[in-house]
Design a protein around this ligand. Structure first.
Ligand SMILES: [Zn+2]
Length: 140
């Protein structure tokens, strides 16, 4: 699940302040993600493998073929309905490892308004997030 348009150049090095942000928020991100996964995984009927919180520049979440899930620590700056969309999206990949019609049917079973969340998430750019983080206008 991407949140930076791929054509934009992605810097590879992290500044000190970026590392501090990650260190500051990753534990809370872990707590929130675990809580949401515990809620959704049984409903969706899947058992995820390892869950990791990362400082990913361009993804909100990802899923490996082994069923391990990665989530971006920046989810702490999103409203809970968008966090749930990201969690449900990745968990549904444990049923369908693609973005087929079948996959979106799984997602819509659990989140009927998923397309609104998908759209809202598309509108959140890296730049917006950083601005919100800096000005303290973050919703959690
Ligand atoms: Zn996906």
């Amino acid at each position: 699940m991407w949140f930076v348009r791929r054509r934009r150049r992605v810097r590879r090095t992290r500044s000190r302040s970026e590392r501090v942000l990650y260190e500051t928020h990753k534990e809370r991100a872990r707590v929130i993600i675990h809580e949401r996964v515990l809620l959704w995984a049984p409903r969706i009927g899947v058992t995820p493998g390892r869950i990791a919180i990362r400082d990913q520049r361009s993804r909100w979440g990802s899923c490996s073929t082994k069923g391990n899930l990665n989530f971006n620590y920046r989810i702490v700056f999103l409203p809970v309905e968008l966090i749930d969309y990201i969690v449900v999206h990745e968990l549904c990949h444990l049923h369908e490892f693609n973005h087929s019609k079948q996959f979106w049917m799984h997602v819509s079973t659990h989140l009927p308004a998923y397309d609104l969340h998908k759209e809202a998430l598309h509108r959140v750019t890296h730049h917006d997030l950083n601005k919100r983080i800096q000005t303290g206008m973050v919703s959690t």
